[in-house]
Write a protein that binds this ligand. Structure first.
Ligand SMILES: [Zn+2]
Length: 227
């Protein structure tokens, strides 16, 4: 009764289209869910996400769940996830997708699900890493370990003085390393991020992970953006 009343006064809105949600709906309305631009990447051995890494990073598997279009549902979802405190969206997307991933042979050897680490400054501002919910949902669903301490952000201070501001920002934003190259043998890391655009961040993270002897890398993102 109280819940129904509260819902009448403060209706919950869909994270994709902002229409009011029915009581039976959670986060995303039925309309948006049916309208979601799914990529079906997991069925395609030569999908677009995989192609982004060709010649840049050896990956075992790469895929994205949905297409990111300007002004679309996915843009709204990602915006809510990153800037409006709707951490649960990541978990929801992970829960939807994990059923498709369970049957993928390549992913059966995954040992750890690893999120792209957030800048400490951003983590402080936002209060959460927006990839965590997604990563944990995949880890739980696939029965793998969620490891957010494998990758670290590093900042180079030596060569910065000569670079211009933009170049410096680029270097800082793409500087990653492993906490230790002694993370164990036969590791297969499943790197996760919210959106793949150029793939530069994931490439940098993947290269860092491959410093661990014998390590393999796969990549999954919530959304794929055309560049
Ligand atoms: Zn909606």
């Amino acid at each position: 009764m109280l819940k129904a009343l509260l819902n009448l006064v403060f209706p919950k809105t869909c994270s994709g289209c902002r229409n009011n949600l029915l009581e039976s709906e959670h986060l995303v309305c039925t309309f948006c869910r049916h309208d979601m631009p799914f990529t079906q990447h997991h069925l395609d051995d030569n999908n677009e996400t995989l192609k982004k890494f060709k010649g840049r990073l050896p990956v075992e598997h790469a895929s994205s769940i949905v297409y990111f279009h300007k002004e679309g549902i996915v843009q709204e979802l990602i915006h809510n996830l990153k800037y409006r405190g709707k951490e649960e969206i990541g978990s929801l997307m992970g829960q939807w997708y994990v059923h498709d991933l369970k049957n993928i042979e390549t992913l059966k050897t995954v040992t750890d699900v690893v999120p792209v680490p957030l800048h400490t400054k951003k983590l402080r501002e936002r209060g959460y890493n927006q990839v965590e919910g997604f990563g944990k949902a995949l880890a739980n669903g696939l029965g793998k370990k969620y490891s957010d301490d494998v990758l670290v952000r590093t900042q180079y201070s030596k060569t910065q003085t000569k670079k211009n501001l933009a170049a410096r920002a680029e270097i800082i934003s793409e500087a990653f390393d492993v906490a230790s190259t002694d993370a164990g043998t036969e590791k297969h890391f499943l790197l996760v991020d919210d959106v793949i655009t150029t793939g530069a961040t994931l490439e940098a993270c993947g290269k860092a992970l491959l410093k661990i002897p014998g390590a393999k890398v796969s990549v999954i993102t919530i959304a794929y953006a055309h560049t």
